[in-house]
Design a protein around this ligand. Structure first.
Ligand code: SF4
Length: 696
C-alpha cells in the first residue's frame, strides 16, 4: 500500500475517539515495531492528530500490555499465566455452569464502543445464538444513547451526524452544546475555526469556559442539568419574535402545535431563573441563529448524559425544526459521538434491544431476516435485555456470570464503587482486553487480545463514514483477536460453525444481515472502503454512492416528515440541598481517553495529565477554605473522591468539575448518579449534588 508517509506505510485510523483520524503506521526496528506518521490525504483530520493518536503505538509494546492469558485457579488466589486451551476451557465451564444452574439469562455479555463493527456483530450473535441470553449491552449506552433515542423519535433514523463534518465550516451559525472539542477531539476544532473565518458564528453552551468556549462569539454557561430549559427558552423566543419557518414546519414536519404550546411556558425570565443564563444572552443567541442563512445544533455528552437526555436532545431538535434548520443543505442537528466506534457499535447488535443493521429485536420481520442469515429459528432469538447500568447492577443477582469485552466499568460506570462490588460478587467473570485494566484485575479469566494495529476491521466514524483499519504488525504469539476468541469459545460451546475468525468474512455476513435495515451496509466492501477512504451508510447495494447527507428530500419516518416531540423542563435526578449544596459535572481532558486503561500506560500522556483534579471557582474555594493544589474531598450520596483543587474562574461558582479517567481515591464515578433516562436508559453522569470538604 503506497502512502505519502512512505511506500511501506500502512494507512489506518486512530484507535481512540469517534473522529477516527486517518494516520499511517511505518515499520521501525524499535519496540513496538511501528510508529505513527501523518496521513494528510484523509479528508477529515487532514494529517492532524492529537497527543493520544500520536502516541497510540506505545500501548502496542509488550512492556505495558497483556501477552498471554491469565487464570485465577482458586476463588481467592492470584491471576496466574495459563495457555489458551486452559483459559478458554475455564470460560466455557464458567458460562456453562451459570446457565445450567440458573438459565440462559444468568449469563451476561458486556461489550464496548471501541470494538470494530465485525466484533460488535459477532458478540451480539454469540450472545443470542450460542448463549441464548438476552442480557447483553455495552458501554456505548453511556456515550450516545440519548442522542440516538432523540434522533429516532424525531427523524426515524439515528446517524450521529447526518452530514459530513466539512459542512460545519460552511454553515452560517453553529450552536455547540456540551462539547469541549478542543480537548476531546482537537483536530475537529479546525472546522469551528474555519466556520468563523468563513463569516459564520459560533455559540457554545457549557457551564465551563473551556478552550472550545473561548473560541465562541457567544458563550452561554447554564447551570448543569438545565440545557433542556435553555433549548425551550430559545425556541420560545423564536416563536415570540416571529422567526418560525412556517413553510418548513408546514411542509416537512408534524406535531408543531403541541411542541409550540410546550415552549410557550418557558418565557425568558423563567428560563434565566432556571439556567442562570441572562435574558440578553438568550436574545442574542436567537438573533445570531436566526439571522444566519443556515445553522446547525451539535450536541455531545453535556446535554445527553442526563436523566432527561432524550428530551433535552428533543428540545434542541425542535429548535432546528422550528427554524427550518434541518433536512436542508448546511443545516441540521448532529450528535458528536465520542467513542472510537460509538456509531458502528450501536448499529450491529451488541445493544440490548437491537439486531444488526439497526433493526429492532421486537420487530418480527427483523427477527426473521436476521435469523435466516444466522441459520436459526426466529423464535430461538431472545427478546430485549437490560440496559448497561441495569445489567451491571444485576451482577451477582440473577446474572451470575459475565463475559466482558473492551470495557472498564470499574472506572467508567456511574456509582463505580457499587458496580465494582457487583463485579466482585459474580460467580464467574471473564474479561477480554489488551491491558490488565482495573476490571480485568477482578476477573477469573483474562483473555489478552490484539490491538488496532495488529488486526483488520471496520469502524464507523461520528460522520457515519465506514472506515477500514488495517493490520500493520504481527501480534505477540500469546494474544488472539476477539474474533478468534469467539470462534474458539463458540466451538467449545457446540457451535463449530457461524463464527469465522476472518474479519472480512464476518463483514460480508454483517452486510447480508444489515441489508434492508435502517443502517444498510450491504453495498460496502473492504475493497471499496480502501479505494474511497470510507463510505457513508446507508449504502444499500454495490455501486450505490453511499449517503454523506441524510434527510435532504425526506426524513426516515413513515410519512417522510420530521416529528416535533413536545417536551418540558424537569429537574435533575438529584438537586442541591443544605447537605449537598454544590453541583458536580464530569468529563474528559485532552491527554487521557475514557477510563484511561490505555492512555494511562503512555508516559507522555501521563506527564501531561498525571491524575484527577477538582476544578472550582475562586469564590467557592474561598468558602471551603481550600487553595489551588490542596487536597479536596468531594462527597455525594454514593461516595467520596479526593483530588487536588484546581482553582479557576472558568467555571460557574455553583459547580465543580472532575475528569473521570482515573481509579483509586480520585475516581470521579464514585460520586455520579445512576438516575436513568426513561427512554435511552442513559445514566446522569453530568450532574449530581455534592459537598466539599478540605482533605489535607
Ligand atoms: Fe485519535 Fe480522536 Fe485524537 Fe483523532 S482526535 S488522534 S481520533 S484521539
Amino acid at each position: 500500500m503506497t502512502d505519502a508517509a512512505g511506500d511501506d506505510a500502512v494507512p489506518t485510523h486512530c484507535p481512540y475517539c469517534a473522529l477516527q483520524c486517518g494516520m499511517s503506521l511505518r515499520r521501525t526496528a524499535d519496540d513496538p515495531g511501528v510508529e505513527v506518521v501523518e496521513r494528510p490525504e484523509f479528508p477529515v483530520n487532514r494529517g492532524a492528530l492529537c497527543g493520544k493518536g500520536r502516541t497510540a503505538a506505545a500501548v502496542l509494546s509488550s512492556r505495558v500490555r497483556l501477552t498471554g492469558p491469565l487464570v485465577r485457579r482458586s476463588k481467592d488466589g492470584p491471576l496466574e499465566p495459563a495457555g489458551w486451551d486452559e483459559a478458554l476451557g475455564a470460560v466455557a465451564a464458567g458460562l456453562t455452569a451459570a446457565r445450567a444452574g440458573h438459565g440462559p439469562d444468568a449469563v451476561g455479555v458486556f461489550g464496548g464502543g471501541g470494538l470494530t463493527n465485525e466484533k460488535a456483530y459477532a458478540l451480539g450473535k454469540f450472545a443470542r445464538v450460542v448463549l441464548g441470553t438476552s442480557q447483553i449491552d455495552y458501554n456505548g449506552r453511556f456515550c450516545m444513547s440519548s442522542a440516538a433515542a432523540g434522533h429516532q423519535r424525531a427523524f426515524g433514523l439515528d446517524r450521529g451526524m447526518p452530514f459530513p463534518l466539512a459542512d460545519v465550516a460552511r454553515t452560517g451559525c453553529v450552536i455547540l452544546v456540551g462539547s469541549n472539542l478542543a480537548e476531546t477531539m482537537p483536530p475537529a476544532l479546525r472546522y469551528l475555526t474555519e466556520l468563523r473565518e468563513n463569516g459564520g458564528t459560533l455559540i457554545v453552551v457549557d457551564p465551563r469556559r473551556t478552550r472550545t468556549a473561548e473560541q465562541a462569539d457567544l458563550h452561554l454557561a447554564p447551570r448543569p442539568g438545565t440545557d433542556l430549559a435553555l433549548a425551550l427558552g430559545l425556541t420560545h423566543l423564536v416563536v415570540a419574535r416571529g422567526r418560525t419557518d412556517e413553510e418548513f414546519v408546514r411542509e416537512r414536519t408534524t406535531g408543531w402545535p403541541a411542541a409550540r404550546a410546550a415552549v410557550m411556558a418557558h418565557w425568558p425570565e423563567h428560563v434565566e431563573r432556571v439556567t442562570g443564563v441572562p435574558v440578553p444572552q438568550l436574545r442574542e443567541a436567537v438573533r445570531l441563529f436566526c439571522d444566519a442563512p443556515t445553522g446547525m445544533v451539535l450536541t455531545a455528552r453535556g446535554p445527553e448524559q442526563q436523566s432527561k437526555g432524550t428530551d433535552t436532545v428533543g428540545a434542541w431538535i425542535n429548535l432546528c425544526l422550528a427554524t427550518g434548520r434541518a433536512g436542508r443543505p448546511l443545516s441540521g442537528y448532529g450528535c458528536l459521538t465520542g467513542q472510537g466506534n460509538g456509531q458502528g457499535g450501536r448499529e450491529h447488535g451488541q445493544k440490548a434491544d437491537q439486531l444488526p443493521g439497526y433493526r429492532k429485536l421486537t420487530d418480527p420481520a427483523a427477527r426473521e431476516h436476521v435469523a435466516r442469515v444466522w441459520g436459526v429459528a426466529p423464535d430461538s432469538l431472545p427478546g430485549p435485555g437490560r440496559s448497561a447500568y441495569e445489567l451491571l447492577d444485576a451482577l451477582g443477582g440473577d446474572v451470575r456470570a459475565l463475559l466482558l469485552m473492551g470495557s472498564n466499568p470499574v472506572v467508567s460506570a456511574p456509582r463505580a464503587a457499587h458496580i465494582e462490588g457487583r463485579l466482585r460478587s459474580l460467580d464467574f467473570l471473564a474479561v477480554a482486553d489488551v491491558v490488565l485494566s482495573e476490571t480485568a484485575a477482578l476477573a477469573d479469566v483474562v483473555l489478552p487480545v490484539t490491538q488496532w494495529a495488529e488486526e483488520t476491521g471496520t469502524t464507523t466514524s461520528l460522520e457515519g463514514r465506514v472506515l477500514l483499519r488495517r493490520r500493520a504488525l504481527t501480534p505477540p504469539p500469546g494474544v488472539r483477536t476477539d474474533l478468534q476468541l469467539l470462534h474458539g469459545l463458540a466451538a467449545l460451546l457446540g457451535h463449530e460453525k457461524g463464527f469465522p475468525p476472518d474479519p472480512e468474512e464476518v463483514f460480508d455476513e454483517l452486510r447480508r444481515a444489515s441489508a434492508g435495515g435502517p443502517a444498510d451496509y450491504s453495498g460496502i466492501t473492504y475493497r471499496r472502503i480502501a479505494a474511497e477512504d470510507g463510505v457513508f451508510w446507508p449504502c444499500p447495494k454495490e455501486g450505490h454512492p453511499g449517503t454523506p447527507r441524510l434527510f435532504l428530500d425526506r426524513f426516515a419516518t413513515e410519512d417522510g416528515r420530521a416529528r416535533f416531540v413536545p417536551v418540558v423542563h424537569r429537574p435533575a435526578g438529584e438537586e442541591t440541598d443544605a447537605e449537598y449544596p454544590v453541583l458536580l459535572t464530569t468529563g474528559r481532558v485532552v491527554a487521557q481517553y475514557q477510563s484511561g486503561a490505555q492512555t494511562r500506560r503512555v508516559a507522555e500522556l501521563n506527564e501531561a495529565a498525571p491524575g484527577p483534579f477538582v476544578e472550582l471557582h475562586p469564590r467557592l474555594a474561598e468558602r471551603v477554605g481550600v487553595a489551588d493544589g490542596e487536597l479536596l474531598a468531594v462527597v455525594s450520596r454514593r461516595g467520596r473522591a479526593v483530588a487536588p483543587a484546581r482553582v479557576t474562574d472558568a467555571i460557574r461558582a455553583d459547580t465543580v468539575f472532575m475528569p473521570f479517567h482515573w481509579p483509586g481515591e480520585g475516581r470521579a464515578n464514585n460520586l455520579t448518579n445512576p438516575a436513568l433516562d426513561p427512554v435511552s436508559r442513559m445514566p446522569e453522569f453530568k450532574v449530581c449534588a455534592v459537598r466539599l470538604e478540605r482533605a489535607g
